[in-house]
Design a binder for this molecule. Structure first.
Ligand SMILES: [Zn+2]
Ligand SMILES: [Zn+2]
Length: 384
C-alpha cells in the first residue's frame, strides 16, 4: 500500500529537493546511506547546533533508514525521500514522511493516520499513563487501525525507542492494519512489543526487553485478517523478551514466514522460549532461533498442534528447556528439509530431562534434509 503510493510522490520530492538544495553534495540518491552520514557529521561539527542543522539541512534518506537494507524486495529500490521534522505527534495529520526532532512523551495512544512513515531520528516516544477506556490497543504507544498503513524507521546509528514509562503497561505497537518496521527499537514495554492482529512486516530493527505474563513477549500474532502471512520476518532481532508462552513470538491459527533475522535470548516462564506455535503455520526458510530458554517445554520452538517447516539456511541452536531444548512438538507437523538443530540442552531435573535437540511427543516429525547434531545435550530419554 505504502510502496505503490510512494513511487510518484517520491520522484516529485526528489525533484523539488534537488531544485532547492541542489548544492548539498550529500543528496546523491544513488549512494546508499550517503545523505544520512553527511547530516550526522554536520550535526557534530563545533558551533553547529542541532537546531541550525535541522533548519538548514534537509532530512533525506531512504525509508529503510540506513540505505543499506538488503532484503530481496528492497535492495534495488532504495529511494531518497525528504522527511518533515515534527516535535509533536499531533502535527502528523495526513500521510507523508516525518521525523522526530526531539524525544516525545504521550499520555494516550497515538492513532496514526494512514500512509505515514516515521523516522525516530534516534529519539524516543514514551507513553506515561495507561488508558481507562479499555479499547483494543488502548494502552499501546502506537495504534494502527484497520485500513491504515504505517512504517517505522530510523536513520541514526543509535536508534530511538518506542516504550512505556516504568510501571505503565501496554503494547509498543498494536497493529490492526499494515505495519512495516524498517528500523528503530520497540523496547521496555510491559506487554507484547508488537500485537499483530494484521499484517506485520519486519525488515530490521529490534524488538527487545518487552515483558508480559501472558502470550508473546516480543510479537503476539493473532489469527485475523485475510493476508497470506500475518507476520513476515525478513531481518532484525527479537531478543531478551519475556512471556509465559512464546517469549519471542507467539502465534495462533495464522501464518508466520521467517526468512531472516534472529529470535534470541528470550525467556519463557512456562513453554516456548523462542517461538510458541499454537495451531498456526510457521515457515522458517532463513534466520536463526538461538539461546532462548524456557522453564518447561520447547526452548527454541514449542509446536502445540500447528505446522512448523524448516529448510536450508536455518538454525535452531543453543536453546534450553527442561524437555525439548531445541524443539518440543506436542502434536501437529514438523517438517525439516534443511537447516541445523545443534547445541541445544534439555536440562531439567535429570529424571525429566529429555530431547536435547528435538522431542517429538506425537504425530509426524519428517526429516528429508538438514542436520540434528548429536551435540544436543539431554539426560534420560523420558519426558512428560
Ligand atoms: Zn532503502
Ligand atoms: Zn531520519
Amino acid at each position: 500500500m505504502i510502496r505503490k503510493k510512494r513511487m510518484s510522490k517520491g520522484i516529485a520530492k526528489i525533484l523539488s529537493g534537488l531544485l532547492v538544495f541542489g548544492m548539498v553534495a550529500g543528496l546523491v540518491p544513488t549512494v546508499p546511506g550517503g545523505t544520512v552520514h553527511a547530516k550526522a557529521e554536520g550535526e557534530s561539527e563545533p558551533g553547529v547546533t542541532a537546531e541550525q542543522s535541522e533548519e538548514n539541512v534537509p532530512h533525506t534518506h531512504c525509508e529503510c533508514g540506513t540505505g543499506e537494507l538488503s532484503a530481496e524486495s528492497h535492495t534495488n529500490h532504495h529511494t531518497t525521500q525528504t522527511w518533515t521534522g515534527i516535535d509533536d505527534l499531533s502535527k502528523i495529520t495526513k500521510s507523508g514522511e516525518y521525523y522526530l526532532t526531539k524525544d516525545i512523551t504521550i499520555n494516550s495512544v497515538w492513532d496514526c493516520p494512514s500512509g505515514v512513515e516515521l523516522c525516530l531520528n534516534g529519539h524516543s516516544i514514551t507513553r506515561n499513563t495507561e488508558a481507562i477506556d479499555g479499547s483494543f490497543g488502548g494502552n499501546a504507544v502506537i495504534r494502527i487501525n484497520e485500513n491504515t498503513s504505517f512504517a517505522l524507521t530510523d536513520c541514526q546509528k543509535t536508534v530511538g525507542t518506542i516504550t512505556h514509562a516504568k510501571g505503565v503497561s501496554g503494547e509498543g505497537v498494536y497493529n490492526a492494519g499494515f505495519f512495516i518496521m524498517y528500523n528503530g527499537k520497540i523496547s521496555g514495554n510491559n506487554s507484547s512489543g508488537v500485537n499483530a492482529q494484521s499484517l506485520f512486516e519486519m525488515y530490521d530493527g529490534m524488538i527487545c526487553n518487552n515483558k508480559t505474563s501472558d502470550l508473546g513477549g516480543g510479537v503476539y500474532v493473532s489469527d485475523s485478517g485475510g493476508y497470506k502471512y500475518n507476520f513476515e520476518m525478513y531481518g532484525g532481532e527479537i531478543s531478551d523478551n519475556e512471556a509465559k508462552y512464546g517469549a519471542g513470538v507467539f502465534i495462533q491459527g495464522t501464518k508466520v514466514a521467517m526468512t531472516g533475522g534472529t529470535i534470541y535470548n528470550n525467556k519463557s516462564t512456562y513453554s516456548g522460549g523462542g517461538v510458541y506455535n499454537g495451531s498456526g503455520t510457521f515457515t522458517m526458510s532463513g534466520g536463526e532461533i538461538s539461546n532462548n530458554t524456557t522453564i518447561n517445554w520447547g526452548g527454541g520452538v514449542y509446536n502445540e498442534s500447528g505446522t512448523f517447516t524448516m529448510s536450508d539456511g536455518t538454525t535452531i541452536s543453543g536453546n534450553k528447556a527442561m524437555c525439548g531444548g531445541g524443539v518440543y512438538k506436542e502434536s501437529g507437523t514438523f517438517t525439516m528439509s534443511g537447516g541445523t538443530i545443534t547445541g541445544n540442552t534439555a536440562a531439567g531435573s535429570a529424571a525429566n530431562a529429555s530431547g536435547g535437540g528435538v522431542y517429538n511427543k506425537a504425530d509426524a516429525f519428517t526429516m528429508s534434509g538438514g542436520f540434528v547434531y548429536s551435540i544436543n545435550h539431554a539426560g534420560y530419554f523420558q519426558c512428560f
